[in-house]
Design a protein around this ligand. Structure first.
Ligand code: TRP
Ligand code: SF4
Length: 400
């Protein structure tokens, strides 16, 4: 129930590009081999800012899932689903909203930032204020403990931790908790019970976080515990309440080093992207027409790679030999810019080839994508329903 689990989501805002690949997607592909992973399309989150133009959300969602699959996210390893198809997220969001102080939401830094940035839109809405709470529901409903996100999303994960703590504090209370917890320890069997007590002491008295990790592992391996006892034993390790929701950690995704065609960060709003599945001719043309060091007006003028966006592509894509060739050739005017760009063109095309191939299958037969999503939604929904049962129980909203 509280074992390692990774969850992350993306808003369906348009075609993904190589910046997304080198930043986020390559990381997802790696994680799916290491942990159970859930990756979802945050279409409700898209609606918080696109409520007046929702027309492209579903198309973007489908295209984005194809981009994920193209990048190598493997539906037999990771669960891929769509937020709005798991309506339990909305129920948890609502229940959490009852205990969320307004001030907590107003203080989340992205709230004011985005409002100031997107001035053409009225974002003084209830939904937009609740954006981080909806995100908290996304995470907590799967009891995910690892959330791979970029730097900008760290405050949202922090906020999620606070919400989980508040929820457990409010609803993890029960009369006779200590006695019930001690009883539950006994149910672990004498050997495990002894180890549990020992680990709990080490954590509580000496603050050894390894002891806490080990205790979590021990509980995850104890199959026969009831839900209630499990919540008690997880909670008893750290305090005097049941732990119903799990505090997640942000798994910081290294910022993408991917430069755009103009040397600035690759981003749709700068119009300097190469999309994940861009066709080979367009890619070739885009790189061929890239700006180079402005000092190289004529072929015979020497240049400086440090002043050239093409060099930044070499840094990512080329081996030492090619990089040495560029440095020497540019500074001595020994090579021309077109010549210099060719290895970059080749490398980008080589990187994209398997992506284009994988995507083709899904473009040709969209039913495959729909099946993957339907499968993922069903799996996700089961997990979400389990948590919601516990949440309703804890709050006292379960009807006989
Ligand atoms: N807010 C995230 C973003 O803009 C998307 C998101 C929604 C998300 N729910 C999430 C990310 C849950 C991680 C976990 O990138
Ligand atoms: Fe840029 Fe290469 Fe031309 Fe030098 S030779 S200016 S690094 S493209």
């Amino acid at each position: 129930m509280y074992a390692e689990k990774v969850l992350s989501g993306m808003r369906p805002t348009g075609r993904l590009h190589l910046g997304h690949y080198h930043g986020v997607l390559a990381n997802w592909v790696k994680l799916q081999h290491e942990f159970p992973c859930l990756f979802f399309v945050a279409d409700w989150h898209a609606l918080t800012t696109a409520y007046d133009e929702p027309g492209t959300i579903t198309d973007n969602a489908m295209e984005m899932v194809i981009d994920w699959l193209a990048a190598g996210v493997d539906p037999s390893q990771a669960t891929i689903f769509i937020q709005s198809k798991v309506p339990e997220h909305a129920e948890l969001h609502l229940l959490l909203s009852m205990m969320t102080p307004l001030g907590w939401l107003e203080r989340v830094p992205t709230y004011k930032d985005q409002q100031e940035k997107l001035t053409h839109k009225d974002l003084t809405t209830y939904g937009f204020l609740g954006y981080p709470l909806l995100q908290a529901a996304d995470i907590l409903i799967y009891r995910a403990n690892q959330v791979p996100v970029g730097e900008d999303q760290v405050p949202h994960v922090e906020f999620t931790r606070e919400i989980a703590r508040r929820f457990n504090h409010l609803y993890g209370r029960e009369p006779g908790f200590e006695d019930k917890a001690r009883e539950a320890v006994k149910k672990l069997g004498s050997k495990r019970a002894k180890l549990y007590d020992e680990l709990r002491n080490r954590y509580q008295e000496k603050g050894e976080s390894e002891a806490l990790d080990q205790a979590h592992e021990l509980l995850n391996e104890a199959q026969s515990l009831s839900h209630g006892d499990r919540e008690r034993l997880f909670g008893w390790l750290e305090g005097t309440r049941k732990m119903i929701l799990v505090e997640p950690d942000a798994l910081l995704t290294e910022a993408s080093r991917m430069p755009g065609l103009d040397g600035q960060k690759m981003s749709k709003s700068y119009g300097n992207t190469i999309t994940l599945r861009e066709d080979a001719d367009t890619v070739t043309k885009k790189i061929r027409t890239m700006q180079t060091d402005p000092a190289r007006v004529r072929r015979t003028d020497a240049g400086d790679p440090e002043k050239c966006p093409v060099w930044q592509f070499h840094v990512i894509y080329s081996n030492e030999e090619v990089k040495t060739w560029v440095q020497a050739g540019c500074r001595s005017a020994g090579i021309g810019c077109i010549e210099c760009k060719q290895p970059v063109i080749d490398a980008v095309l080589r990187e994209q080839e398997p992506m284009r191939e994988r995507a083709q299958m899904y473009v040709d037969d969209p039913q495959l994508v729909r099946n993957i999503i339907a499968d993922g939604c069903e799996k996700a929904r089961k997990l979400a329903q389990d948590t919601m049962r516990d949440v309703r129980d804890a709050i006292g909203l379960s009807y006989p």
